[in-house]
Design a protein around this ligand. Structure first.
Ligand code: NDP
Length: 300
């Protein structure tokens, strides 16, 4: 199959491309910069969608980049890097005479309101709790195809992902050094839910959506089955045990707020208990259903 991946040069995109290539698919990347095997966003806007069986969007400025201050300009970049790239693909698919069978958008479980008690499935309401949940709501809305072309040939799948744990990017590598120096510990109270997924499981799920032509479901939660009960303290303890290092030094909530600002701090200080209900109903099986197996693989 021919697969087009917006933001395919990033952490998730590289893993997904590798998996798809290994399974015999043909991957093209949409990027801000031209290059070998790449198409630019400008090309898509001007020339339309190249022939493909599936389109995936993974483009987005890193929200939690601690090197970027939470200025109005950066906030707009975080929003527009997701909304505008998604709009470009939605419009290109709508105008295509030969649209792909599946259109897959990876967003986040930040859609659901943070809570230590509520459990959320794909059908739970959300999208109006804070900056991130409103961003996910708008981002997913822009991906909707106009009714006239929303024929069975293009199926939109919104994949709401938890924190993606991988060796080569995302949150885990930056967390490892303090733990290795015995400076690790829970963030804030540590009681906040920690929705997570192993990168390999996320890419396998995206691959399933692509190969099944988007029939896996219109919204899928991409979190490990055990994540519904995992807290930040559970993750801290599991990481500490996997590394054989103590982790007693909590990171104060005030320090997180000072570093990241009011809009971004809740992404670390709060969380959602999320169930991958429709994901499991779609027949998907997780290779790494709990933190122990995931960390054992990622740290070996
Ligand atoms: P990365 O930051 O690794 O990669 C995203 C890609 O987006 C980059 O490689 C870049 O590609 C492109 N990009 C960056 N800034 C912009 C911009 N201003 N305008 C257009 N494109 C831009 O992200 P991940 O692979 O980790 O995540 C992919 C998506 O999944 C993101 O939207 C993220 O919010 C979402 N997600 C990620 C989670 C995680 O834990 N990693 C959890 C939940 C959701 P290029 O430079 O080639 O254009």
């Amino acid at each position: 199959m021919k697969v087009l991946i917006g933001g395919g040069s990033g952490f998730i995109g590289q893993s997904l491309s590798k998996l798809l290539n290994n399974r015999g698919h043909n991957v093209s990347i949409i990027s801000q910069r031209p290059g070998k095997g790449r198409i630019t966003w400008e090309d898509i806007s001007k020339k339309g969608l190249p022939p493909c069986d599936a389109a995936v969007n993974l483009a987005g400025e890193n929200v939690l980049n601690p090197l970027k201050r939470w200025t109005e300009a950066f906030k707009q970049e975080v929003i527009s890097s997701r909304i505008e790239t998604t709009r470009t693909l939605t419009q290109a698919i709508s105008k295509s005479s030969n649209p792909p069978r599946s259109w897959i958008l990876v967003t986040g479980v930040g859609y659901y309101p943070p809570s230590q008690t509520h459990q959320y499935s794909e059908e739970s309401p959300g999208g109006n709790a804070d900056f991130l949940s409103r961003l996910v709501r708008d981002w997913e809305q822009v991906a909707e195809l106009p009714p006239s072309i929303n024929k069975p040939s293009t199926q939109l799948v919104r994949v709401r992902s938890g924190v993606v744990l991988g060796r080569d990017g995302g949150a885990l590598p930056s967390m490892l050094w303090p733990f290795r120096l015995c400076l690790g510990g829970p963030i804030g109270s540590g009681n906040q839910p920690f929705p997570w997924i192993h990168i390999e499981d996320l890419c396998r799920l995206l691959c399933q959506c692509i190969e099944q032509g988007g029939s896996s479901g219109d919204v899928l939660n991409a979190v490990s089955p055990s994540a519904v009960k995992d807290t930040n303290s559970d993750f801290t303890q599991a990481l500490s045990m996997a590394l054989g290092r103590p982790a007693f030094l909590p990171v104060p909530a005030l320090a997180i707020k000072a570093l990241l600002g009011e809009d971004r701090a809740p992404m670390l200080l709060e969380g959602q208990r999320v169930v991958p209900q429709k994901t499991l109903q779609s027949g998907f099986t997780f290779l790494y259903p709990d933190l122990k197996s995931a960390l054992a693989d990622l740290l070996k």
